[in-house]
Design a protein around this ligand. Structure first.
Ligand SMILES: C[C@H](O)[C@@H](O)CC(=O)C(=O)O
Ligand SMILES: [Mg+2]
Length: 444
């Protein structure tokens, strides 16, 4: 890395897209989501910039913005070299400050804010190195990678030495896997055909279109009404045929027993997994559901609202999930995602990232490429979520080819948004929101 790069400013914006108008992103618990971000820009004295974000659903983004502002004092005035020279210490500084940690620790709004800020730092680092983030990670020495992870609270499941060992072993075949990814891309599944607010007609049209674009894996939202779910799952299964893959997602709608009963009624449609059947905090509940559904061949997937590595640790220790859904903006950025990816590898549980939101596809593709090339070395039972919304607002948007994520080539973490998008969708002063309020009285 060239000379010292001091971070001189951090700016944060509340950017919201009115996706609820057309029910994009809707599920059994979030019926009117306006896909939004707390969007962070850090500037350095040398003219470099880093971009970060965390995902929200509209209302409340201003609270995350406030938390980001509270964290900015830890970042501004520091050099990039100082931060990444001991990234574990910096992660701890942000998450373990003696006063700030009281409003977490490492969960909720403050962890979302940590993700936004650290995503900007990782973006800056990758840009300064002139590499896309996945390549920065893939090229990094194993010892350096583990030095970015805070192992506090997880050493009973994964020690630093074990993490190092996993990374060192996976060096074998790394170059071939990188070539394979550059050639074929990383397998994806689509959630965009079957949001809960879509009509049956929309489901049919979107499935037809997706099938014609080579999609073979489909996720359907369930959990609001059993008869609707039976009808929708039947329709999608008929459309996609017996050999394609179906997943279902309840977004935390049920109690534990209710989840088992409800999903048993949907077993005839052969879902690979039920996602978020119950409260994301109920580790033992997930374990009970996993055990009950295993004989039906249905696994449990969760993670999009799993707020830190300690929760994932317990889910893994309790055999409470069969698919680990990391989230680039829920966990404490790349640092904490590395911890979870390595724990999942140790427990032999596949990582299938969550990406239903604005910007999540852009970011998480970097993490899953790293997982395959440098950690798991397997594609067995693995795929990364894709949703077909709002990519046009990013400078390095996702590219999908043959239903696979094409590895991005631009330096950075693909977090930079188009300036015009940020300006127009800024809440509430952007022209899109001003117009919506004036013409439709869209709730603000
Ligand atoms: C509110 C979000 O769209 C959520 O439904 C996304 C999700 O659960 C997923 O993509 O999975
Ligand atoms: Mg989900």
């Amino acid at each position: 890395m060239a000379g010292a790069t001091t971070i001189v400013q951090l700016r944060v914006s509340d950017v919201r897209f009115p996706t609820s108008l057309e029910q994009h992103g809707s599920d059994a618990m979030h019926t009117e989501p306006d896909y939004s971000v707390a969007y962070v820009v850090i500037e350095t004295d040398g003219g470099h910039e880093g971009y970060g974000l965390t995902f929200t659903l509209g209302k409340g983004t201003e609270v995350v913005v406030c938390a980001v502002e509270a964290l900015s004092a830890f970042v501004v005035g520091r050099t990039l070299q100082e931060i990444v020279g001991d990234f574990r210490a910096f992660y701890r500084l942000l998450t373990s400050d003696g006063q700030m940690r009281w409003i977490g620790p490492e969960k909720g709004v403050i962890q979302l804010a940590t993700a936004a800020v650290l995503n900007a730092v990782w973006d800056l680092w990758a840009r300064v190195e002139g590499k896309p983030l996945w390549k920065l990670l893939v090229d990094m020495e194993p010892r350096k990678l583990v030095s970015c992870i805070d192992f506090r609270y997880i050493t009973d499941a994964l020690t630093e030495e074990e993490a190092l060992d996993i990374l060192v072993k996976a060096q074998e075949g790394k170059c071939q896997r990188e070539e394979e990814m550059l050639r074929d891309g990383y397998p994806a599944y689509t959630t965009s055909c079957a949001w809960i607010g879509y009509s049956d007609q929309q489901l049919k049209e979107l499935c037809t279109k997706a099938l014609s674009h080579d999609w073979t894996r489909f996720k359907v939202k369930v959990g609001a009404d059993l008869q609707d779910d039976v009808r929708r799952c039947r329709l999608v299964r008929q459309m996609i045929g017996p050999d394609n893959t179906l997943m279902i997602d309840a977004n935390q709608r049920w109690d534990v027993q209710e989840a088992i009963t409800w999903v048993s009624h949907l077993a005839e449609f052969k879902p690979l997994w039920i996602e978020e059947p119950t409260s994301p905090d109920d580790i033992l509940g997930h374990a009970v559901i996993s055990k009950a559904l295993a004989p039906l061949g249905i696994g449990v997937a969760t993670g999009e609202q799993c707020h830190n590595r300690v929760m994932f640790k317990q889910l893994l220790q309790a055999s409470a999930l069969q698919f680990v859904q990391i989230d680039s903006c829920r966990l404490g950025s790349v640092n904490e995602n590395l911890a979870v990816i390595l724990m999942a590898c140790k427990f032999h549980v596949p990582v299938c990232p969550h990406a239903g939101g604005v910007g999540l596809c852009e970011l998480v593709r970097h993490l899953i490429l790293f997982d395959y090339i440098s950690v798991s070395a397997s594609l067995q039972n693995r795929m990364c979520e894709y949703v077909d919304h709002l990519h046009e607002h990013f400078k390095s948007p996702v590219v999908i080819r043959n239903a696979c994520y094409v590895p991005p080539k631009d330096p950075g973490y693909s977090t930079e948004m188009r300036e015009e998008s940020v300006r127009r969708y800024q809440y509430p002063q952007g022209e899109v929101w001003q117009t919506l309020q004036a013409t439709r009285g869209h709730r603000t």
